[in-house]
Design a protein around this ligand. Sequence first.
Ligand code: ADP
Ligand code: MG
Length: 634
Amino acid sequence: MNKKQKKKLRRILIALALFVVFEALSITGVFDLLPYGIWVEFVAFLIPYLIVGHDVLARAWHGITHRQPFDENLLMTIATIGAFALVLFPDAEPHMAEGAAVMLFYQVGELFESYAVGKTRKSITDMMDIAPEYANVVRDGELVQVDPGEIAVGEEIVCKPGERVPLDGIVVSGRSQLDTSALTGESVPRVVEEGAHVTSGCVNMTGMLVVRTTAAFENSTVSRILELVENASEKKARTENFISRFARVYTPIVVGLAVLIAVVSPLLLGHSVSKSIESALIFLVVSCPCALVISVPLSFFGGIGAASRTGILVKGSSYLETLAAVDTIAFDKTGTLTSGTFGVVAVHAREGIDKELLLSYAAHAEAYSDHPIAMSVVSSYAGTIDRDKIDGVEEHSGQGVSALVNAHRVLIGNDTLMQGAGVDVPNCHLIGTILHVALDGDYLGHIVIADMMKDDAVQAIQALHEAGVKHCVMLTGDREEVAQAVARELGIDEYRAQLMPQDKVRQVESLLESHEGRGKVAFVGDGINDAPVLMRADVGIAMGGMGSDAAIEAADIVLMDDKPSQIACAIRIARKTLRIVKQNIVFALAVKIVIMILALPMIGISTMWLAVFGDVGVSVLAILNAMRCLRVQK
Ligand code: ADP
Ligand code: MG
């Protein structure tokens, strides 16, 4: 509890003590024995009322003088002052106690609200407390701590045990265990040694590591995550916007209705004035929309928090809303369902061509590409790459690469690339991705490479089907044979092979079209060429670990640990959040409407106490319910 909340609690307790004493005097009839007893009682209850409620009165007044009167402060003020004012009607029961009590309970509710909201926010910001404060580097022969922003790409930094890794990089020496839980929610530490990629934001647990940085601080994982989370609250869900618009229209309507009841029912229907005013006041108290205004954004906030705790970054509550309605998911293959680290299965060189030469040309041509295929070819090449020999590199997205190696034009890529260059290619009987290599228009041969399925890919598709996702489609630029084999192994419903990047957009568009008015369509991808598709789908989901920056930028949801099984988890969290939001809306409105109907002068069963429950009680229950969004079930 912060200082302000403690102060409020103190005020509430003092007011409560006074209230109890006066209420006891009132019930035992002590006030009735005094001269002007009713007025003594009036003043008595006014004391706790003012102690506990003066700030509400002040805020209501502030609203009136600033021309924005219609908020819950005004409702509470009119209702409670009205309850006290009933003393002016000799035929009415005195309602001073209720007036004070309503304010008291209202403030208890407010206190609880601000406590709960603060707690939810804190647990999310705590979790986001991953920003490193410094990086250790050797400067002038000494190890010094500098601001991570000052480290250049390629510089070597030292991570000591217990420190947070400040920048993304590759381990140059050392061996240690990394706690990645802040990023991925994964509690088992990851063992890293020379050559391993380390992600900023993880905590180095056991050993000292020397890391060569691969990104500047502002492009490092930590900075990107923090930026995403900070911007998340801007993209409001439709439900959220609806509620705040609703509250703006609703309060004046309710005030109008209350006035109407107070005036019309005594004049036209002949109810007593005091009874009618009482009904109107109950109306005002119960009508307060705070249960929704507070609990709905809190639910979304909690949902986003729960997701990020499991390593799923959701860039705004609107995407949770859409994700909950997803029934079709299109996947990219390489890097999304498969790991993207290809192994060389076979090298088929044309007669008279040396295999090593073929591989060397391939590796040199691919040296500047960061496509997973290119990186695998380069890393499986045993020789050294002489970058001076490479020139004129052109990447043909979804096809391959063309480059000048030793002043010879090397083409490496799939059938389409070769056809485009007028090079005839043979068919290969092996199953795998085929990289044809041509030198100055002559065919040299091909390399067959194969990718590994991600560990959890099968389980991911199964979990999605179980979660009620009807349709899983794989869209790939790879060969038909490979696509078919992968689709069968994964149990994917449908696949499309040999797609160019723009074909993927078209495929997703046709899915969107056939889905008009039904469920939403998600696309999951990792590459630069996936970015347009990610933007086009209802929800774009990117792999955050090895995914390209363009994909992460374009996506609405980012999976930090690249595990496709997280998609089902994200959908579960989204649905739970939406379910809780709906429960709160229905519950709050239903209770309020019932109490309002019962308060109508011709029925007149509702009491002020019931109205207090209808406002504060419902808010508290709605908030407690909303806080469930924060809990993660794996
Ligand atoms: P996916 O849709 O499976 O993620 P891409 O669209 O990135 O695949 O690529 C489609 C195909 O284009 C690959 O299977 C490969 O044959 C070819 N290709 C793309 N980039 C390269 C590259 N850098 N080197 C060789 N071939 C490539
Ligand atoms: Mg890909």
